[in-house]
Design a protein around this ligand. Structure first.
Ligand SMILES: *Cc1c(COP(=O)(O)O)cnc(C)c1O
Length: 366
């Protein structure tokens, strides 16, 4: 640890995930650091009347007053594991508007890690500029990666330089430890359904990138014996997210669970139910489309904070089509975009390295 843990944002009441009670084999093997304030609320989406009365939203945007969204549950076991291995610095890579970069910078600081982030090019939006200022203000060391290939090279060089202390988190962190956060989230949803908060969803809609969250929800639903379809709105190319890549993530996570608690976690890979929906992607990852720009304001109507064009804008654009195509289904939109977003201090700009300053002055595409 390079600095002591700050207090205030980390949840005090929650000591272990639901998964540890359901699968004691996990509790034996895995370290856990609570980051999320759970359970997150579920609300009907009546603020958008055209969606009708059978659509609910799971407010994972509110899972922390520091920074919410789907990276928080995904990081509880991952950061605990990095801590347990005695690493002091986390290295990760992401696009200029990366939510993973923000989560790593903020929770890394909270837990006393130093953080290095290699940022690759993507269309420059107001959200991207804000994200970069948040990263820098949280004390993360930022590097400009350029395109994908040079980002891989630069990240690799960073790791090779001081292997002993670095822990690498790949973009999307679609590994089993991270995915368990969303298997756990399905157990949470099952409790809420049981308590009558919302009906059991026929379909769960969420934006899908590295697909770890989608794979985990699908495994969780299969374990529960639900026939809920997990509907992934693809926000990246079919090359990066397809049934082959997702099948691999599902099987790896399934094996991980079965290996640690073969009594209680039966293999589920063959039973997962999901669809991939590329209808909202447009020209590619992070590229604005007319409907995703309209989605920015719809997210504001729902949560009080604007959406963005990479994830939430595209998910809500697709949601309208999904609800029209399945009028008799109960649909749950799993909101993965944080509402709390820290305000960078006045000197945040000076903490952005020269190699990335141009981003702050570039025209915004959305
Ligand atoms: C990272 C992220 C996703 C995608 O999650 P994956 O598990 O990588 O598919 C979706 N929405 C938001 C807001 C995100 O930050």
């Amino acid at each position: 640890m390079t600095q002591s843990t700050r207090i205030g944002f980390l949840p005090s009441g929650r000591v272990r995930p639901l998964l540890f009670d359901a699968f004691p084999g996990l509790a034996r093997d895995l370290a856990f650091t609570p980051l999320a304030h759970l359970p997150t609320p579920i609300e009907p989406m009546t603020a958008i009347p055209s969606l009708g009365s059978r659509v609910w939203m799971k407010r994972d945007d509110l899972c922390s007053p520091l920074y919410g969204g789907n990276k928080v549950r995904r990081y509880e076991l991952v950061l605990a594991d990095i801590r347990a291995r005695g690493k002091t610095r986390i290295v990760t890579a992401g696009g200029l508007a990366s939510t993973q970069a923000m989560a790593t910078a903020l929770y890394g600081r909270e837990l006393g890690f130093s953080v290095r982030i290699v940022l690759f090019d993507q269309p420059i939006t107001a959200f991207a500029k804000h994200a970069m200022l948040v990263d820098a203000d949280a004390g993360a060391e930022l590097m400009w990666g350029g395109g994908y290939v040079s980002t891989v090279l630069r990240t690799w060089r960073t790791l090779r330089a001081e292997t002993h202390e670095n822990a690498l988190i790949l973009p999307g962190a679609a590994n089993p430890l991270a995915n368990l956060g969303y298997v756990d989230a399905m157990l949470e949803l099952a409790q809420q359904v049981e308590a009558g908060v919302c009906p059991r969803p026929d379909r769960i809609v969420l934006p899908t990138g590295s697909s770890g969250t989608l794979a985990a929800l699908a495994l969780g639903a299969a374990h529960l014996g639900w026939d809920t379809v997990i509907h992934g709105v693809r926000i990246t190319t079919a090359f990066a997210a397809n049934r082959l890549t997702i099948g691999g993530i599902v099987r790896a996570t399934d094996r991980f669970l079965h290996a640690r608690d073969p009594e209680r976690w039966k293999r589920q890979s063959h039973r997962v139910k999901y669809v991939l929906d590329g209808s909202a992607l447009g020209p590619g990852y992070g590229h604005p489309t007319d409907e995703s720009i309209a989605g920015i304001e719809e997210v504001r109507t729902l949560t009080g904070e604007p959406g963005e064009v990479t994830y939430s804008g595209k998910a809500i654009a697709a949601l309208h089509r999904i609800v029209r195509a399945h009028p008799n289904e109960n649909v749950l939109l799993w909101n993965t975009l944080s509402t709390p977003r820290p305000t960078p201090g006045p000197d945040a700009r000076s903490k952005v390295p020269l190699s990335l300053q141009w981003v702050l002055d570039a025209p915004e595409v959305a």
